[in-house]
Design a protein around this ligand. Structure first.
Ligand code: SAM
Ligand code: SF4
Length: 334
């Protein structure tokens, strides 16, 4: 991975420069988080997902066009066979400045060291609760200790900062907002609270579960002053704060109540080979057919341009509204 500045050819019709590609390397997962999977969630057949070579080629073309940051996600990316090797290969791409991964943490104890050695720069770990029974209730498995060991191991091998993602749901883990935020007063973790999004679920019942970031922030302000942090390159959509004297920080990502579409710099690549201009809209451009049909790099680059041209000014997803997402989260990659 070299920090050579490439010219960016990915500017959309709203003059937003796109330099960030999020790649779902698998739709499969070893957890069953209730906000992510539904009884309708089905795995794609193995032949229908991109091979690691296909992912590498698409990322390389994206980097030629101006992508400088890639996040691997899923499904659970650490469940994908060959993930460490893929990271090693991507990390050698000239022009790719940042290679990161979002994981549920269940396989980190075994894999953290190899991921670091392969060239992974940073890691986000999803953890919605510090309570074992709550963890089971949300994810369907009794693996809180395993995830915690994974977080500890990731820190031990030198991932810094460790970012922890927490999706807040009313009546489920709202009692965990404070304990998770308190972690940042003891350890240099960056805890990100995320608004629950109605993806692949019944939008009406989802509305009852929604907790706004304004409410989460208000609850944390009861603990003491939150000092705003200046935004930095790579912050993405989070509004960041620190408790006075805390080694870590908290962030708020309000995808539903605080749209950050005007600053969107992302494209997504789904596990089954579609480029998606937005997480929260069903628009997509198929690349699998072209890839497997022998298309040259220019033809594939034209598909990137088509996806870019489809980027909307703002997403229209709402609770109970007429706009619903048909695609499931595990396929798109959150
Ligand atoms: N399996 C990995 C994990 O859980 O971190 C990566 C994939 S997961 C789909 C990526 C992120 O999306 C996670 O932080 C997860 O909490 C978040 N996510 C999943 N469903 C969501 C929803 N309905 N609303 C908000 N965030 C969601
Ligand atoms: Fe799996 Fe991540 Fe979805 Fe949970 S949020 S079911 S860990 S993909």
């Amino acid at each position: 991975m070299k920090t050579v500045k490439t010219q960016n050819h990915l500017v959309d019709s709203f003059q937003r420069t796109v330099n960030y590609l999020r790649v779902s390397v698998t739709d499969r997962c070893n957890l069953r988080c209730r906000y992510c999977m539904t009884s309708h969630t089905r795995w794609l057949p193995k032949g229908a997902i991109l091979t690691l070579e296909e992912i590498e080629r698409l990322v390389a073309i994206g980097v030629e066009l101006g992508i400088t940051k890639v996040r691997l996600t899923g499904g659970e990316p650490l469940c994908r066979k060959g993930i460490v090797d893929l990271i090693a290969r991507l990390s050698r791409l000239e022009g790719l400045q940042d290679l990161t991964l979002t994981t549920n943490g269940t396989l980190l104890t075994q894999k953290a060291e190899a991921l670091k050695a392969a060239g992974l720069r940073r890691i986000n770990i999803s953890l919605d609760t510090m309570d074992a029974a709550g963890f089971y209730q949300i994810t369907g498995l009794n693996l809180l200790d395993t995830v915690w060991q994974g977080i500890t191991q990731a820190a031990a091998v030198g991932f810094n900062p460790i970012k922890i993602n927490c999706v807040v749901m009313r009546g489920s883990n709202e009692d965990q907002i404070v304990p998770l935020a308190q972690l940042t007063r003891r350890q240099p973790f960056h805890v990100r609270f995320i608004e629950y999004m109605p993806i692949g679920v019944d939008t009406l019942s989802a509305q009852d579960r929604f907790v706004s970031m304004a409410e989460v922030q208000q609850r944390l302000e009861q603990l003491g002053p939150l000092v705003p942090l200046p935004s930095q390159n790579g912050d993405g959509p989070a509004r960041r704060f620190r408790f006075e004297d805390a080694p870590g920080e908290v962030g708020f990502i309000g995808s539903m109540s605080e749209h950050f579409c005007s600053r969107c710099n992302r494209l997504r690549l789904t596990a089954d080979g579609h480029l998606r201009p937005c997480l929260l809209a069903d628009d997509q451009v198929a690349v699998m057919g072209a890839l497997r049909g022998g298309a040259g790099d220019e033809e594939i680059a034209a598909l990137f341009a088509r996806a870019l041209a489809m980027k909307r000014g703002e997403h229209r997803l709402s609770f109970g509204g007429d706009c619903r997402l048909r695609t499931q989260m595990t396929d798109i990659g959150g």
